[in-house]
Structures are given as C-alpha cells and as structure tokens.
Ligand binder design. Structure first.
Ligand SMILES: Cc1cc2nc3c(=O)[nH]c(=O)nc-3n(C[C@H](O)[C@H](O)[C@H](O)COP(=O)(O)OP(=O)(O)OC[C@H]3O[C@@H](n4cnc5c(N)ncnc54)[C@H](O)[C@@H]3O)c2cc1C
Length: 816
C-alpha cells in the first residue's frame, strides 16, 4: 500500500514539476523525499530506486555538475549530427519576426500575448476608400469582356486605378501614396477579388516588388524619383526573379550582372553588364520599370572586393538597350499582364542597384525580408475575398434554384458544401485580418505568411470546387452570365506563385518554423557555430526541460487534467484549451521528429508537412478564437465558430495521427501516440446539426450572411456592370414571401385545383390568380420574382463559330 502511495506521489509530483518546467531542484526534492520516506517506512527497495533517480537528476540537472562531464559529450555528438544551415537558409531563417507561431511552438501558448494585439479597425479614410473607390472599380469589371474579348482590363479602369492611387497603397503619403495599413490593403484586395484579374493587377505592385524594396532599401534619390511615380501609376513596376532554370529554387538563378566600364555619352561609366532570361513576370508586358534579381560578379575587381558578390536587385527602365520585353504568357483563367523578359548585354550604371552599390550582394536578404509581409496579404486576401463572393453567389443560387419542388438549399447534400464554404470563409477572414493587424502592430510574420499563403489558397481551391458543384451546369457553361467559372479556372495561379503550395507546406512551414520559432533550436545552432559550451549547455538543457514539460502537459491534458486557463467565454474556451493541449503535443512531436531523424528530417518532407499541418491548423484556430472574442456576434455565428474550430482541430489531430503512423521509428510513433492521445482522438468532423443551421442562414437574408459578405461589392448602381451578388441578395430579401406563395400554388396544383398543363411556375401563378387562390398583388410580385429567378438561372449560347480563333478551320458539320 505504502509502495503504491509513494509511486503515485512521485509520479504526480514529477508531472507537476515537469508541467511547470520548474527545473531540476524541485524534481530532485520530490524524488529524494519519497525515497527517504520509502527507506524509513519499510519500502527500502523502492526508496533506494527513488534516491538513485534523485542522484541522476542531480547529475544531469544541476549545471555545475553536468558541465563537468555530460555537456561536453552531448556537445560533441550534436556538432556531428546537427543539420548544416547554408547561408541562404540562414538568411531566410533570420528574416521576419516570431510572434504567435512561437507561442504555439512553445507548447504553452500565452493567450494574453495574442490578446495584446488591439485592433483599431480601419481609419475613416480607409473605410471610405473600400466603400467607394473599390465599389467603383469592381463595378467597372466584366469578367467575360476582360477575359475573352479584351484579354486586359478596360482602359477606363486602368485610368481609374492609377488616378485613385490603387497602385500606391503601400507607399507613404509623403511620396504621394495612400499609406494604407495592412488591414486596409487586405480589405481592398478582398473586395476587388470579385474579379481575379483586377485583384492580381492591384495586388502585385503592392506586394513584393520595386515599391516595397525601394521603401525599405532604396537610396533617398531612388525613393524621391520612383515612389511618387509608382504611387500615381506613371510608372508600372514588375519584379523578375524566376527564369526557365530557377523556379522554387530561386537562389539558383543563372542570370548575371558583371561589373564593367562602358562609355556613355562620351564618359566612362562604372556599371553592370546584365544577361538574363526571366519568365512569368507579372505586369512585365506593360511595365515601365523592371526590378531584376541577378547574380553579381566583379571579375576585374573594379569594386575592390571579391568576384562573386551574390544575388543583387536593380531597377532597370523598360527602354534600356538590350531588353526584350512586351510579349505575353497566357495564365490559366485570367489574362492579367504576365510575360517574359530577356536581356542581352544590357548595360546599366551601378546606381540602378536598389540601395546603391553598397547593397550589392544583399538581394536575397532583401527579398526574404520583404516576402513575409506581402505574402501575408496579397494572395490570402484574394482567397478570402473569393470565399466571400463564392459564398454569396452559392447561397443565393442554392436558395432560388428549385428542384423536386424545393430550393436545392434545403437538400442536405447541398447544405454540406454550402456550410463548408461558409466555414472556410469564416476562418480565412479571421486569419487574414488578424494577421494583417499583427503587421500593423509591427510584426513581420514569416512562418504565418507561409501558413496563410498555402492554407488559404488551398481553401480557395476547395471552396471554389464546392461552389461549382452547387451551381451545377450554371457554372459549367462559360459566357457573360457565368460569374464563377473564370475565377475557378484561374485558381492554380494562386496555388503556384509566391512559393508553390507543395513546397511551402512540405518544406517551409515546419522547416522554417522548427528552427525559427523553436524556443531553443536557434540558440543551440548558434552555440554550435560559436563553439560555446556554456551557451550550448543552457540552450540544450532548457530544451530538455521543454521536452519534459510538453510531455507532461500533453499527457495530463490528454487525460483531461489541468486544462490551461484562457481568456475566452464559455463558447470559445474549450477550443482554446484544445489549442493549448495540441500545442504541447505538437512541441513534443516536433522535438521527437528532430531528435529521431536529425538532418534526415529535411528530406522527410511528408513528416515535415504533417507537423506543418498541425502548426497551421492551430494557428488558424487561434485566429478564429481571437476574431470571436473581439467581434459583435450575430445569430448562428456560434454554430459557425463551433464548426470552424471543430474542423481545424480535427485536421490538426488527423495530422498528428498520420505522423505517429509514419514516423520511421515505429516504437517512437507508438509511444508518442500513447502519450499525446492516452484516451484516443478527441475530434471528429463537424456535426450535421451545425451544417444544417449554417447552410440555412447563409442561403437566406440573415445577419450571419450579411456579416460574412462584408467587404464585398454588393450594390448595383446606375452605369455599373451587372452585379449578381446584389441580385441574389435582393431575391433573398423577398424569398420568404415567395416561398409561402410557391407552397400555396404547388399544393393547389397537386390537389388538381389548377389546370394540369400549368407546368411553368409563371403559368401556375397566373392560373392561381384566376382561381383566386392568390391576390393580384401576390401574382404581380411572383411574376417579377420568377422573371428575375429565370434571369439568374439562364446561361449563354453562342453562334456555331464563335469560339474558333481561326475561322478557316471551322467545319460547319450540319450546315444547310
Ligand atoms: C502566373 C504566374 C505569375 C508569376 N509572377 C511572377 C513574378 O511576377 N515574378 C517572379 O519572379 N516570378 C513569378 N512567378 C513565378 C512563380 O513564383 C514560380 O512559378 C514559383 O516560384 C514556382 O516555380 P515553378 O513554377 O518553376 O515550379 P517548380 O520549381 O518547377 O516546382 C514544381 C513543383 O515542385 C514543387 N517543389 C519544388 N521544390 C520543392 C521542394 N524542395 N519540396 C517540395 N516540393 C517542391 C513545387 O511546389 C511545385 O509543385 C509567376 C508564376 C506564374 C505561373
């Protein structure tokens, strides 16, 4: 009995000490005290074992002791097995800042740190711009005309975008730009996502490119010259990094800039001779200034230093001799300006280098430092905006489209994808706006930028497929009336650019996060590089304490004990506690994977991807929780919150289970599974009741639908292009009245009270009026309602030879 009691006291005591990462002394005290009690009160063997444990803890845990004999041995092994970090990787690792991602890596996220990011919303000026200028610009887009007829934005839209400063959102007011916050940029791009060509055209100059590089690194002269001209659209920029040989592996660009002297206007000028071949460069066909990345060499030592200076960025005017620019690529689904640029012996003076000659060789660092902000905003905002429109259109269509005498929105098979679109949109909105807010507070989130880019564009792919399915043939048939098919086909662009998703998911999220956000790994590697035993001892044993802490936290919380305290209400708190639990599990598994695979983890991308998935889903859940806490809730938003958090936590847990099943060390996989999920998995897919409730709300005129469709172009004004979202919204306002009348009339028809040949709704309502089953006013109302419904259901047809680009190849099969 005493033995059992002692074991329980020792285990519980150690778990408490480990959970708190209280260090070696308290652990030693627990073991020593239980050991002495055992020896004194009749359990000498157990007491001795506990005392041996106490001695082991003292030898390993007390710095003064272990540094004598243990740390040097571990340090020697670490030096052999630790992965080599190349200069390129180190640059990427050191770029950006660590915030909430670091908290999740720690295994004990401090929610107050997340709550500390207060949100002041948009300024009046920013709000007015989103409400007015973005609506005007959206109202000038006609997807069919832009994609099929013109392969460009209309000239009046280009002029409007330039005049209103759309291309200078990130440029400060002192240079004539709009000086918008990250949140405002995101809101603008979300609204413009009604048309992907418009979104990309505005998004790219405001993302990574000459504007941002100049702002951060440009010389004063470069800023004074270019920024005002970029802000008002006199200059259109592009940025060329990618070429035929270097895509994802962008540091391998074979393009060169060789330092040389050349006579210009009778004077000898020190400059660069550039030879390059770039492709897929957005805006290149119309760009007036080209940001160019190349490898810089100085073989003749003209700059007095080494030959290979490294990647460098310069700004080259379009009309520079030797540049071939103007041809176009044809990106799938969207004719935004994109094309190749080739340069042969292009000579430019040294002051074209962004930041001047002293920034020679700093190009890669400049690019990765800027990437974190732009990648958090442009594509994630486009994806979020797309989700809002897809939801609005799909909910509207599903409500007005009747089959089997019912709106298809009443069918569970349709409700499932509809609710999924709503949840993916809700999560995206939270993630992009909360992360933009962090940027406004000074963060440069590197790992979250990879999470947002890959996860939200994957959501976009997923939800667009659902939206297409819900629309059936209406979305499959291309033409001016199809508001979704073109955007759907353009989706792979978002998947591929700014770090293709496969690489981002498999390599970057965890690969970067493991070193960048981990509380100790970077310190351990730095100690290795500096050959500093004392620093290594501190980092390594801090790391060991963290592993013990995460083991205890994951295990006890997996048993439902010692739940973390959180600042959320009773709806959100259980999810926040689960984020904390899975964060501890993630921290433990990340360390286990790194320890068991060592440098091989780099090539074990499927392991790394699953760890990245856990981190991504925990990050997204946290953003949903933060949004929930800050926002004014509307009816049924709780259902959407439950759905979204359940979905994300299910995905996080699923990724962990797959990790356990696939760790090369099978024993370790099983041990982790037992430690992290002692009672099995906790999360399944969202409940059907939630699906039904959400689908009902988003396919009707409701507060939830209005909230989710905020930040969209949803008004139809005089002179604007057709706005299907505004039309659906108007139909939904009238839906309840129409539905009651459908029921009355269909019941009467079923009972034989109306002529059997009244098959069309219009005929049926006219007959019902004649039979005085409905009032004159209701009949008129339904005639108008049905006309609008039919207009929204109608698809386009074309002349037989309308699609052929070469008329002489048309075969008139059955022509008379
Ligand atoms: C429409 C469009 C616009 C673009 N705009 C610009 C621009 O303005 N400026 C510019 O410089 N570039 C631009 N790009 C280039 C874009 O950034 C690259 O396409 C992207 O970096 C991926 O390169 P890639 O297409 O050559 O794919 P590849 O590098 O050939 O990759 C092929 C596949 O392998 C995967 N992969 C590669 N390496 C790894 C790895 N280590 N682990 C796992 N998977 C991996 C990728 O994820 C991808 O799925 C644009 C591209 C397109 C298509």
């Amino acid at each position: 009995m005493l033995q059992l009691l002692l074991i329980i006291v020792a285990v519980v005591g150690l778990l408490v000490v480990m959970r708190r990462e209280a260090g070696a002394l308290p652990a030693l005290a627990v073991l020593a005290a239980t050991g002495i009690v055992g020896i004194l009160f009749g359990s000498p063997l157990l007491g001795a074992l506990l005392l041996i444990g106490a001695v082991a803890v003292a030898v390993c845990g007390l710095p003064a002791l272990r540094r004598q004999w243990l740390t040097p041995r571990i340090f020697a092994t670490f030096k052999k097995v630790a992965p080599k970090v190349s200069d390129t990787e180190r640059t990427a690792l050191e770029a950006g800042s660590v915030g909430w991602d670091g908290e999740l890596f720690s295994g004990k996220p401090n929610w107050e740190a997340l709550m500390a990011y207060g949100d002041d919303g948009l300024t009046d000026e920013e709000r007015a711009f989103v409400d007015h200028q973005c609506s005007v610009a959206s109202g000038m887009t006609n997807a069919w005309e832009i994609t099929r007829e013109r392969a460009d934005l209309p000239p009046e839209l280009w002029a409007y975008l330039k005049k209103e400063g759309f291309f200078g959102m990130i440029i400060p007011k002192q240079y004539g730009g709009l000086g918008f916050s990250a949140k405002a940029q995101s809101a603008v791009l979300q609204k413009l996502a009604v048309n992907e060509t418009l979104m990309v055209t505005v998004g790219v100059p405001n993302s990574l490119g000459p504007g941002e590089l100049l702002l951060k690194y440009g010389t004063q002269q470069q800023k004074d010259h270019y920024l005002p001209r970029l802000a008002d659209g006199r200059e259109i920029p592009c940025f060329g990094l990618t070429g035929p040989r270097a895509g994802s592996d962008a540091t391998s660009i074979p393009d060169t800039g060789v330092v040389c002297k050349q006579m210009v206007d009778g004077e000898e000028v020190l400059g660069l001779r550039l030879n390059f071949e770039k492709r897929w460069i957005t805006l290149a066909p119309i760009a007036t200034v080209v940001g160019l990345a190349f490898r810089m060499f100085d073989p003749d030592g003209l700059l007095g230093g080494e030959n290979d200076l490294g990647i460098t960025c310069a700004l080259i005017p379009r009309d520079t001799d030797g540049m071939e620019i103007g041809r176009r690529h044809h990106p799938i689904g969207s004719p935004f300006m994109n094309g190749p640029i080739v340069g042969k012996d292009v000579f430019v003076p040294l002051d074209t280098i962004i930041g001047g000659p002293e920034m020679a060789g700093q190009g890669w660092r400049m690019l990765v430092e800027c990437l974190s902000v732009g990648r958090c905003i442009t594509l994630p905002s486009g994806a979020t905006g797309t989700s809002r429109y897809a939801l609005g259109w799909s909910g509207g269509f599903a409500r007005i489209r009747r089959q089997f005498n019912l709106p298809v929105a009443e069918m569970e098979g349709v409700q499932e994808p509809l609710a999924r679109i709503a949840a993916l949109s809700y999560i995206s909105q939270a993630a992009v706006m909360e992360t933009a807010n962090m940027i406004d507070k000074g963060d440069k989130p590197a790992v979250p930028s990879a999470i947002l880019k890959s996860q939200l564009t994957e959501f976009q792919r997923d939800l667009l497929s659902h939206a297409m399915d819900i629309h059936g043939g209406k979305a499959v048939t291309l033409g001016p009336r199809n508001y979704i098919g073109i955007g759907y086909s353009a989706n792979p662009v978002a998947i591929t650019v700014e770090g293709a998703n496969i690489m981002t998911r498999n390599l970057m999220i965890f690969g970067q996060g493991a070193i960048r956000c981990h509380p100790y790994v970077l310190e351990e590697l730095a100690a290795k590089d500096a050959d500093d035993l004392k620093a290594f001892d501190k980092a390594f044993f801090g790391h060991a304490g963290l592993i013990f802490g995460n083991t205890a936290r994951a295990f006890t919380q997996g048993l439902g004990l010692g739940k973390a305290s959180t600042p959320f209400d009773e709806v959100a708190a259980p999810y926040a506690q689960e984020v904390a639990r899975l964060s501890a599990a993630f921290g433990l598994c990340a360390d286990a994977a790194m320890a068991s695979l060592g440098s091989a983890l780099k090539s074990r991308e499927m392991v790394s991807a699953r760890l990245g998935d856990v981190l991504s889903n925990l990050y997204l859940t946290s953003m949903v929780l933060k949004q929930w806490r800050a926002s004014d809730k509307v009816e049924s938003e709780a259902a959407l919150m439950h759905y979204s958090c359940t979905l994300l936590l299910h995905r996080a847990e699923q990724a962990l289970i797959e990790l356990f099943d696939n760790l090369p060390n099978r024993g370790l996989g099983k041990l982790l599974s037992w430690l992290v999920m002692p009672l099995g998995r906790r999360w399944t897919t969202p409940h059907d009741d939630l699906t039904r409730e959400i689908a009902q709300k988003v396919s009707r005129h409701s507060a939830l639908r209005s909230k989710l469709l905020g930040n969209t172009w949803d008004q139809q004004e005089e002179g604007q292009q057709d706005n299907p979202l505004a039309r659906y919204n108007a139909l939904l306002v009238d839906y309840d009245r129409a539905e009651a009348l459908y029921r009355t009339v269909n019941k009467a028809y079923a009972k034989g009270e109306l002529p059997v040949e009244a098959l069309h709704p219009e005929q049926r309502f006219a007959a019902a009026r004649e039979a005085e089953l409905i009032s004159e006013e209701d009949a008129r109302f339904m005639a108008e309602y049905e006309t609008e419904v039919l207009a929204m259901l109608t698809v386009d047809d074309f002349a037989f030879d309308a699609f052929a680009q070469q008329q002489e190849k048309v075969v008139w099969h059955n022509a008379a």
